[in-house]
Design a protein around this ligand. Sequence first.
Ligand SMILES: CC(C)(COP(=O)(O)OP(=O)(O)OC[C@H]1O[C@@H](n2cnc3c(N)ncnc32)[C@H](O)[C@@H]1OP(=O)(O)O)[C@@H](O)C(=O)NCCC(=O)NCCS
Length: 162
Amino acid sequence: MNIMKKKIKVGSMLKVKITKRAFRNLICFSAWFAPWKGLRKFFHKLRGTKIGKKVEIGYYVFIDNRYPEMIEIQDRATVTSNCTILAHDLSMRYIDNTETVGEVVIGKGAFIGMNTIILPGVVIGENCIIGCGSVVTKDTEPNSIYVGVPAKLIKRLSPQKQ
Ligand SMILES: CC(C)(COP(=O)(O)OP(=O)(O)OC[C@H]1O[C@@H](n2cnc3c(N)ncnc32)[C@H](O)[C@@H]1OP(=O)(O)O)[C@@H](O)C(=O)NCCC(=O)NCCS
C-alpha cells in the first residue's frame, strides 16, 4: 500500500460541519480515558476513526483532532497508551497557508509501543512492532520491528499464520 501525503490549502479538506467537529472534540476525553477498552474503541469510532475487529486501544491515545476519519486501525492491531496518530500538519500554516494531510493505516496485527508518534501518510505494515517512544515518519515493512526517532528497522520476524 502506498498512501501519499499531500499539501493543501488550510482547511480545504474539512468537510465535516463545525457542530460535528465540536462534538468529536468533546468526546475526545471519553475516548482517551474511558475505563474499559471497549468504550474507548466505541468513542474513537464515534469520532470517525475506522477500527477493525479485536483492536486494542490504550489510555490517552491521541487520534488526529482535525481528520480522525483519515485514520484506520485494522483487525487485531494494538495501539498502547499515550500514542499519537496524526493525519495533518499545520506547521506551514503561517508561511504559505498550506497544511499537509495524509491517511494513516495501522496494519493487521501491528503493535504500537507506548508514547509512539505516527506522522501523516504513514502505513504501518501488518504484524509490525513499533518500539516505545518511536517517531514513525515513513511506511514500515510488515513482520518487522522498528524503533527510535525516526523509527528504523532493527529486526525481521517470521510471518504469522493468520
Ligand atoms: C521494540 C521492542 C519490541 C524490542 O524488543 P527486542 O526485540 O527484544 O529488542 P532488544 O531489546 O534486543 O533491542 C534491540 C536494540 O534496539 C534497541 N531498542 C529496543 N527498544 C527500543 C526503543 N523502544 N527505542 C529505541 N531503541 C530501542 C535496544 O537498545 C537494542 O539496541 P542495541 O542493539 O544497540 O543494543 C521493545 O524494546 C519495545 O519497545 N517494546 C514495546 C514496549 C511497550 O511499549 N509496551 C507497552 C505496554 S504492553
